[in-house]
Ligand binder design. Structure first.
Ligand code: NAD
Length: 362
C-alpha cells in the first residue's frame, strides 16, 4: 500500500537540505519502486509567517494522516522576540506532543573516513555505531509538582519531580528492544537505581519486558558510569535506553564523539512505529541560503525512516551505502572538510546531494 510521507522543510537551511533528501526519495521512487506519496506542509517560522502559528491546523491535519514525517529544521534570529508560545521551536514541541512521539532515537555513527573529525583518538571512534533510545515525553522534564517556592525561613527552593509510570517504562522498553532486534541484539539500560527509587522501578520493568525478547542480551549501567564508558570505550555499546534527562545529556555527548553535527539523523516514534525524522542540528541561520550546508544528516534521516517506519531496510541500507561511498570518494561539505587533507574535495550542498543520487544509481 502507498505510504504517505509529510515533508516539513521548515526554516533556514531546512529548505536546502530537504531538497537534497527529496532527490534521494525521488530516485528511490523511480529506480527502486519505492511506493510513497509526498505531501508538503509548513512548520516553525515559515508556518508562523504564513498562518500565525508554528504548528498550524493545516499541518496538524497532514501530520495525523502521514505514515512518516521528514523535517528539516526550525528557527531563525527574526523570530527571537516573538512570544514564547508562537516561537518556531514550539512547533516542534507541538508536533511531538500531538503525535505522542515518546521514543527518541539518536544514533551516533562515525564513518571511518571522518574519524579525524572527532576529539577522541581515531582508533576509539572509527566505525562507531551506537543507538541511544531516549524517553521523550515523561520524566523530570514533565513531572509534577514543579516550581520555585518560598520556605518558612524566607529562602527560595526550586523543585522538580522525576516520575515514571510502569506503562511509560514498558512502552519505551519495547521500542528499544525492537530496535535492538534490528541491530546487534544488545541493549544497555541506563539508570541510577542505586540512588533513585524511580530508577529501581525502571530497572525492574525493563527486566520484565526483556523476557519477551530472549534473543536480546540485556545489561544495566548507572548513568555516571555510562557517561565515562561512552568516552572511554564507546564501541562497546549497541543500543542504550534511558529516561528523558539522562538521554538528553548522553545523546549529546555521544553525538559529539562523531565531531560533525551535519552528519547525524534522529527519529521520534509513537507506539505504532509512526515517526518524525530530522537531523539533530538546527536551522543554521549563519549559513542559510549559501548552498554550503551538509545535507547528509537529512539524507540519513530518510534512511532511518525507511528502516523504522516504512519497513524498507534494504532501501535504507542502499542510502547508507551511497553516503559511505560519497565519503570514500573524498567529497566533503565545508563542515567536514579538513584543509590540506589528501584526496578530499570541498563541495556544495547540491553537489554532495547529486553525488549520493549518482551513487544510488550506480
Ligand atoms: P544549529 O544547529 O542551527 O547551528 C550550530 C552550528 O552548526 C552553526 O555554526 C551552524 O552553521 C552549524 N551547522 C548546523 N547544521 C549544519 C549543517 N547541516 N551543515 C553545516 N553546518 C551546520 O544551532 P543554533 O545555531 O544554536 O540554532 C539556530 C536556530 O536553530 C535557532 O533558532 C534554534 O532554536 C534552532 N534549532 C532548531 C532545532 C531543530 O529544528 N530541531 C535544533 C536546534 C536548534
Amino acid at each position: 500500500m502507498t505510504k504517505k510521507i509529510l515533508i516539513l522543510a521548515g526554516d533556514g537551511i531546512g529548505k536546502e537540505i530537504v531538497a537534497e533528501a527529496l532527490k534521494v526519495i525521488d530516485t528511490l521512487k523511480t529506480d527502486f519502486a519505492l511506493d510513497v506519496e509526498l505531501t508538503h506542509g509548513e512548520i516553525g517560522g515559515a508556518a508562523y509567517d504564513a498562518d500565525g502559528h508554528p504548528y498550524p491546523p493545516a499541518t496538524q491535519a497532514l501530520a495525523k494522516e502521514a505514515d512518516a514525517i521528514l523535517l528539516g529544521a526550525v528557527g531563525g534570529y527574526q523570530y527571537d522576540d516573538l512570544p514564547r508560545d508562537v516561537r518556531p521551536e514550539r512547533g516542534l514541541l507541538g508536533i511531538r506532543a500531538d503525535l505522542e512521539l515518546f521514543s527518541n532515537l539518536r544514533p551516533a555513527i562515525l564513518n571511518e573516513e571522518l574519524a579525524d573529525a572527532s576529539s577522541l583518538k581515531p582508533e576509539i571512534v572509527a566505525g562507531l555505531d551506537i543507538m541511544i533510545v531516549r524517553e521523550l515525553t515523561g520524566g523530570i522534564y514533565f513531572g509534577e509538582p514543579r516550581g520555585i517556592r518560598t520556605l518558612e525561613n524566607g529562602e527560595k527552593q526550586g523543585y522538580n519531580t522525576l516520575v515514571y509510570k510502569e506503562s511509560e517504562i514498558e512502552r519505551i522498553a519495547h521500542s528499544a528492544f525492537k530496535i535492538a532486534m534490528q541491530r546487534d541484539k544488545r541493549l544497555c539500560s541506563v539508570g541510577k537505581a542505586n540512588v533513585l527509587e524511580v530508577m529501581e522501578l525502571w530497572h525492574d520493568v525493563v527486566e520484565r519486558v526483556g523476557k519477551e525478547y530472549p534473543e536480546v542480551e540485556l545489561s544495566h549501567m548507572y548513568v555516571d558510569n555510562a557517561a565515562m564508558q561512552l568516552v572511554k570505550e564507546p564501541k562497546q555499546f549497541d543500543v542504550m535506553v534511558t529516561g528523558n534527562m539522562f538521554g538528553d545529556i548522553l545523546s549529546d555527548a555521544a553525538a559529539m564523539l562523531t565531531g560533525s553535527i551535519g552528519m547525524l539523523p534522529s527519529a521520534s516514534l509513537d507506539k505504532n512505529g509512526k515517526g518524525m525524522y530530522e537531523p539533530i542540528h538546527g536551522s543554521a541561520p549563519d549559513i542559510a541560503g549559501k548552498n554550503i550546508a551538509n545535507p547528509l544528516a537529512t539524507i540519513t534521516s530518510v534512511s532511518m525512516m525507511l528502516r523504522y517506519s516504512l519497513d524498507q531496510a534494504d532501501l535504507a541500507q542502499k542510502i547508507d551505502d551511497a553516503v559511505e561511498s560519497v565519503l570514500k570518494q573524498g567529497l566533503r561539505t565545508a563542515d567536514i572538510y579538513v584543509e590540506g587533507q589528501k584526496s578530499t574535495t570541498l563541495v556544495s550542498t547540491s553537489e554532495i546531494g547529486d553525488a549520493v543520487v549518482a551513487s544510488l544509481k550506480a
